[in-house]
Structure formats: structure tokens, C-alpha cells
Design a protein around this ligand. Sequence first.
Ligand code: NDP
Length: 244
Amino acid sequence: MNSISGKSVIITGASSGIGEATAKMLAERGAKLMLAARREERLQDLVSKIEQAGGTATYQTVDVTNYQQMQALAQTTLDKYGKIDVLLNNAGLMPLSRLDKLRVEEWDKIVDVNIKGVLYGIAAVLPIMQSAKNGHIINISSVAGHVVFPGGAVYCGSKFAVRAISEGLRQEVGADIRCTIISPGAVATELTNSIQDTEASQNIEAIYQEAIDADAIARAIVYALEQPPEVDVNEILIRPTAQA
Ligand code: NDP
């Protein structure tokens, strides 16, 4: 029996990339999963694959920018598994562009999904975890939460915010609830599909040629989860060896 077995885990952005890879890895270790995202078919497929492999998973379609839907997600998880041990706040997008391109609608989306989505996730599970005096919230930030680059002002701002929110959360609720930041570099997922600006897309091409597999990030998440309750892994910064 490992320390992940039996844990009730919500994963947002579970329909692809890092969320999907983490779901598979946690299912293999016996976690009970609630998978959330907007694309229902992807979630259905993933649940089937996990169940066929002997794991436990269910899904709920959720837009993380909708607080009521996030609250409903937490309640359904509680009803189904009787507890919420872990929230992986992973859903995100990265429509990079220089500020002077004035892609204001994309800025709104970044703020809504990458910042407000994370906050709504925290708000949905925090009362439940506090009353249980148990829980672990893992927020996905980025190397872009540590450094800013041209075309990344808003995205980096959102990932800096995720780190600030996570650190604030850790300081406020740390006695009972663990809080971990995972900050990946370039990972081969669908994330770059959200870039509509051609210049920004070209600028990151070289970095993404070195991108590592989403499993590398899933392993970092497993490491944080496997620690005993008194050990809180605050942050893991992880990137391709070749990434400058
Ligand atoms: P993907 O594009 O493969 O996955 C993003 C996930 O977020 C999808 O499952 C998508 O599901 C979900 N999502 C997006 N918007 C919403 C929404 N409004 N409501 C619910 N779910 C949503 O990219 P990654 O796996 O790479 O991204 C996961 C996280 O990792 C993100 O926070 C990203 O910023 C971060 N990250 C990724 C890096 C990389 O290089 N790939 C590097 C550093 C950080 P759906 O469309 O079905 O709703």
C-alpha cells in the first residue's frame, strides 16, 4: 500500500497534457479520481482507460471560470468519495503575445482561467479541507512564474500570481493543509495550441523542440503527494535539461 492509494483527488484540466498524465499515474497508485475539464469526450475516454486498467475515476464537465461549477465539482466529489484529499489546480492556457498587440480578450481569458480558476478551485475545497483538518492543494505555476520574457507579460503575470496565491495559502492554512507549487518548463502538450499570435508562436518554437514529456511533471506531483503528512513540498521547479 502506498500513501496515494485511497486518496480522493480532483484534477482540473484532466482532458489532456499534464492533467491526463497525472490522472493515469495516480490511478495506477490507487487514487480515487474526479477528472474535470470542458471536453466531455476526452474525459469519458480517460475514465474508460483508467477503469479498464483497474483504477477508480469519474468525471464532471467544468469550466473553471465558473465558481458555481467549481463548488458543484467539490460537492460531487465529496458525495462520491466521502472526502477530498487533494486538489490539483492544473487547468490553464497560454495565448502569448506582446502587450502592444492589444489582444485584450486573450488577457481576459488568461486572468479568468489561470488566476480566477485557481482561486475558485481553492474556494471550492478549502472549507471542506479545513473542517476535515486534512488536505493538499497543488497549483501548477510555471518557469514563467519565475521569469518574464517578451510576449509573456500576461501569461507570466498569471503564473507569478499562482505562486503568490499558493504561498499565501500555505502561510495561512499550513498547519492542516499542504500546499505545493509545481513550476514546469517546456512540456509537450496541447498548451501551445492556445497561441494565436504568429510572432509569439514562432518565438517559442525552439524552446518547445526540447520539451519534455508530461509524465515528468506527473512524477513530480507523485513525489509531493507521497511525502508523509508533516512534510510539505513547497515547490518543484522542473524543466528540460536543454532549456536555458
Ligand atoms: P493542455 O493544453 O494540454 O491542457 C490544458 C488543460 O486545461 C486542458 O485539459 C483543458 O481542458 C483545460 N482547460 C483550459 N481552459 C479550461 C477551462 N476554462 N475550464 C476547465 N478546463 C480548462 O496543457 P498543459 O497540460 O501543458 O497545461 C496544464 C497546466 O500546466 C497549465 O496551467 C499550464 O499553464 C501549465 N504549464 C504548462 C507548461 C507546458 O509547457 N506545457 C509549462 C508550464 C506550465 P478543456 O479544453 O477540455 O477544458
